[in-house]
Design a protein around this ligand. Sequence first.
Ligand SMILES: [Zn+2]
Length: 174
Amino acid sequence: MRCPFCEHTESRVLESRSTESGQSVRRRRQCLNCQRRFTTYERIEFVPIIAIKRDGKRESFDRSKLLRGIVRACEKTAIAPERLEAIVDDIELRLHQRPKREIHTSEIGEIVLDSLKDLSEVAYVRFASVYQQFQGVRDFVEALDRLRESRLEDNFEEQRQESPESAPNCAISS
Ligand SMILES: [Zn+2]
């Protein structure tokens, strides 16, 4: 592994540990030349996922881009970085478990929002504002409403499991 600071190719591993989801191994390394430290990740290679953008262009799914987007949405919240990594691991796994290799970026956005909705209202709305290209305050309010409605629906889901016939049909318009 080439050192990102001096490009020396030899380093020693100081620490190895599995990430929270067990999908990857994180290694803390020290360059044998400049002694600086850096982190590498090791994970199973899957067949690449192709993301179809809003304008129809295709590009391979970029895990680090997704992580950056989520990190940005979660800035100044109390959510630990390890938790965000675990979320991205989980999303990536979900993408790889789908039978199709292609996915619209809007669907990825929905999956992310689904992961963020119970974690942080702030992060949810920030991410929604980027993914859905909010035009103004009204869009924020609508996103918050959707979040609250989907939480209500989750409660209905729980009730439905207890009494299958009595739960109201709660549809969410998108
Ligand atoms: Zn170095």
